[in-house]
Design a protein around this ligand. Structure first.
Ligand SMILES: *Cc1c(COP(=O)(O)O)cnc(C)c1O
Length: 486
């Protein structure tokens, strides 16, 4: 299988060649030249598979240049009950993404698919753990090394560190805003003692951290010499790894392939739901894909109006579902290419316009940039929005009606799912984090602390290993050189 840039760059690399990279040379994102299809017979055979075997079956359609035995060893090592052990009482960790029925009456069926049982208690572990093993495999083969340099406000950085800890040939340098993450998130990252993990607490806010990453990455000579790479949400392997749990959710919720299901996905960078779109394009019988946003509602606005209008950082609100505080959805370009029927020339123009004019308009109204909005229904997309007050109400109602505590992001998903659920079609909400990660809001909603999985009870008391730094770029560069010896 060959890949192509959304913006039409002529190169057509294979899976392993884009694994360690980020954007395509023309600034676009990689997509397969055509989506592999899944037949009904295959789907039936997949019903019986373990999660690891299902991941192998899906991934081998995309990673055609990795020998099958090697890929199988990687998926077997990644998707184990030991890695995804943080299940709720009574749930079976060997299922990896257990599906729980929240409601089933009068033809209305609401389900919750747990994607947050990995080491950092958020769904990013589903893909990042695979990436860690894929990176180690590829780097070992090439006798190469990689220094991952990134910025985090919480979930992504910790998922990357837990995936890369102790991996041969890989170091992680992760910037975070000093004293701005929750005590739990800080403890999760800073308590790692692995010598290949470097936590750098920057005296500034998240945007300062991100500016430092950009400044260092723009020095191309330095970047090449220090073998610097990223693991951000546009990474194609992360998207593919996420395709797997849509298949698992569908297969667990149905008994035959003439049934359909819908998914509601708490969304920020459009990475998670983009995987759902790809599963649907591969032939998975998905009725609707519902995008749930928080107060930062760029995506909800697009799916209601056809107008994509990104916001500046000053107009990006800090909310109580912080992992969705995003105003420029980095994976959105992948879906828009399909909406434009693969026209990469128009796509490049529209995303150039995002940089120069802050967005584009596909509503079909006079003066708009196109009328593709009318085609959205063909792709099953719908959307909705949830704000802080909704979050509190939903967390309380879910506890009262279904007897479990959900985190703030998942609460946004459930609120929107209940607006979009249809009789006869099961609605699966993806659970993107466990409530312990966002305890402050659980206390506000329920007047008590969220339950913590075993092993996390005293995480704040563990010794912490981190370096405090100013926003000085030259010092940052020297710090990396000092630790890579390159
Ligand atoms: C990252 C994240 C999201 C948003 O996922 P995208 O792929 O960026 O749309 C939602 N919830 C939680 C808890 C997250 O960590």
């Amino acid at each position: 299988m060959q890949y192509a840039s959304t913006r039409g760059h002529p190169a057509s690399p294979h899976f392993s060649e884009i694994l360690l990279g980020g954007l395509a040379p023309d600034g676009g994102l990689y997509l397969p030249k055509s989506y592999p299809q899944v037949t009904s017979d295959e789907l039936n055979a997949w019903r019986e598979l373990s999660y690891a075997d299902l991941a192998f079956a899906v991934l081998k359609k995309f990673a055609t240049d990795i020998p099958e035995d090697d890929l199988k060893a990687i998926t077997d090592k990644t998707y184990t009950a030991d890695v995804y052990r943080n299940v709720r009482d009574g749930e079976d960790a060997s299922q990896i993404t257990p599906l729980r029925v929240l409601e089933d009456k009068d033809g209305r069926k609401l389900l919750l698919q747990a994607l947050s049982n990995g080491p950092t208690l958020a769904f990013k572990d589903m893909a990042m753990q695979l990436l860690g093993n894929l990176f180690e495999y590829t780097l070992t083969k090439k006798e190469a090394e990689l220094n991952i340099f990134g910025a985090t406000s919480g979930d992504t950085g910790s998922a990357a560190e837990y995936a890369m800890r102790g991996k041969k040939g890989i170091r992680v340098f992760m910037l975070s805003p000093h004293k701005k993450m929750s005590a739990f998130q800080t403890a999760q990252m800073f308590s790692l003692q692995d010598p290949n993990i470097f936590n750098i607490a920057v005296e500034g806010v998240f945007d300062d951290c991100q500016d430092m990453v950009k400044a260092v990455s723009n020095d191309l000579e330095y970047k090449a010499r220090q073998k610097i790479g990223t693991v951000n949400s546009i990474n194609w392997a992360r998207v593919v790894a996420q395709v797997v749990y849509y298949f698992r959710g569908y297969l667990s919720a149905t008994s035959s392939n003439d049934q359909k299901v819908s998914f509601t996905v708490p969304s920020g960078n459009f990475g998670n739901i983009c995987a759902g779109h790809i599963a649907r394009m591969m032939g998975l019988p998905i009725a609707k894909l519902v995008v749930a946003t928080n107060e930062n509602d760029v995506l909800d606005e697009f799916f209601r109006t056809g107008i994509y209008r990104v916001r500046k950082s000053a107009e990006t609100w800090h909310t109580t579902s912080p992992s969705m505080d995003i105003s420029k959805a980095s994976n959105f370009e992948r879906f828009i290419l399909d909406l434009l029927d693969g026209d990469s020339v128009r796509l490049a123009a529209l995303f150039h316009q995002v940089e120069t004019q802050g967005g584009f308009d596909l509503s079909g109204n006079p003066g708009s940039d196109g009328d593709e909005f009318k085609k959205i229904v063909r792709f099953g997309f719908e959307s909705g929005k949830s704000v802080h007050a909704d979050r509190l109400t939903t967390i309380r109602q879910v506890e009262k009606n279904y007897g479990i505590t959900v985190d703030t992001h998942t609460a946004d998903g459930i609120k929107v799912a209940l607006e979009r659920i249809e009789p006869g079609i099961p609605m699966i909400v993806l659970e993107t984090a466990l409530p312990a990660k966002f305890n402050e809001t659980i206390r506000e909603a329920l007047g008590r602390d969220a339950e913590r999985p075993a092993g996390f009870e005293n995480i704040e008391a563990l010794p912490q290993r981190f370096e405090v730094m100013t926003t000085d770029i030259e010092k940052m560069k020297a710090y990396i050189v000092g630790h890579t010896g390159l």
